[in-house]
Design a binder for this molecule. Structure first.
Ligand code: SF4
Length: 327
């Protein structure tokens, strides 16, 4: 018996990296055992910032779906869909925009942060400001009870809750008010110890070759206090050690912890060991990816099936909505 319905999506703006894997996908994989899950490709959301260069959206869409399946999301258990294939989302977004007060959007802290983060792009647009209204339409269309998000996205879900309450109050009770399911923050950082991100150029991608992984791992910043091999290191502040904790065997982790603090191992050797564990850990994901890439017909069938199941639900919700709004 599943606990309820949840929905989450990803913007197709590039390849998936380890930050996505440990920050969202492995959590999604666990959630699919407990909830009825809808996972979607948020291509209209991607367009709010990539409207001038939309090629990346089409290129990334199937790349991301392949990664989802490769890491263990199961299309027979969860439902996958592509947002722009379910046109009902656009209609619900429009109806919600009629009664969403502008100050709700303008005061949203995530909006202000993203304006700063995306300062190199012109995102002073109607679509970008209205992003959370479209997100509310995505979530409420499937009457989700929960939305798994990182802390930075929590204000958006708060807005969805307000929109659901306002709709129910103005017309009639159609939507549940969804809860935020906070995703634990990933401890994995990028090569330079900042948050892992494609735009920072510090990411290890799920599609990286062995050689690319070796090169990237060799560039990783370690304990910044450890200048020479003879200096003892501190694994607690070393990103390489965080990777060891995930990708190396328990006894290797203990040996590294001891050898680092006693300066019995240098960072070059330590990184090599970690890279071996990382490549081994990613191999099943890469093998599954190769299998799917050789059968794109099957991947497209999976998406067509998910789209069809989602569309049926969206159509039923919109019938209720139109009846409630009397339009
Ligand atoms: S030996 Fe390993 S854990 Fe210690 S500082 Fe160097 S890379 Fe980090």
């Amino acid at each position: 018996m599943k606990k309820g319905t949840i929905l989450s999506g990803m913007r197709p703006t590039g390849k998936m990296h380890l930050g996505h894997l440990h920050g969202a996908l492995l959590n999604w994989k666990q959630l699919q055992e407990q909830y009825r899950c809808f996972y979607f490709i948020a291509d209209w959301h991607a367009l709010t910032s990539e409207y001038a260069h939309p090629d990346i959206i089409r290129e990334s869409t199937y790349d991301i779906i392949i990664d989802w399946i490769s890491v263990g999301l199961d299309p027979d258990v969860s439902t996958f869909f592509i947002q722009s294939d379910i046109k009902e989302h656009a209609e619900l977004y429009l109806l919600f925009s009629m009664f969403t007060p502008l100050p709700w959007l303008e005061r949203n802290p995530t909006y202000k942060e993203q304006l700063n983060e995306l300062s190199q792009k012109n995102v002073y647009t109607y679509g970008f400001l209205g992003y959370p209204v479209l997100q509310a339409a995505d979530i409420l269309m499937y009457k989700a009870n929960g939305v798994p998000v990182g802390e930075d996205q929590a204000p958006h879900v708060e807005l969805t809750r307000e929109i659901a309450r306002r709709f129910n109050h103005l017309y009639r009770e159609v939507f549940p008010v969804p809860e935020v399911l906070l995703t634990p923050t990933s401890k994995i950082l990028g090569l330079d110890r900042r948050k892992m991100s494609k735009s920072y150029g510090n990411a290890i991608f799920l599609t990286d070759s062995d050689q690319e992984i070796d090169t990237k791992v060799s560039q990783m910043i370690t304990d910044p206090q450890r200048a020479r091999k003879s200096d003892p290191g501190d694994p607690a502040i070393c990103n390489v050690f965080t990777f060891h904790e995930i990708y190396s065997a328990a006894e290797t982790v203990e040996t590294i912890r001891n050898d680092c603090t006693t300066a019995a191992i240098g960072c070059v050797a330590c990184k090599r060991l970690m890279a071996e564990g990382l490549k081994k850990g990613l191999e099943p994901i890469r093998a599954k990816r190769r299998e799917l890439e050789s059968d794109m017909g099957k991947v497209k069938e999976i998406m067509a099936d998910g789209n069809q199941r989602s569309r049926a639900i969206a159509q039923a919700t919109m019938e209720e909505v139109r009846e409630a709004v009397k339009i």
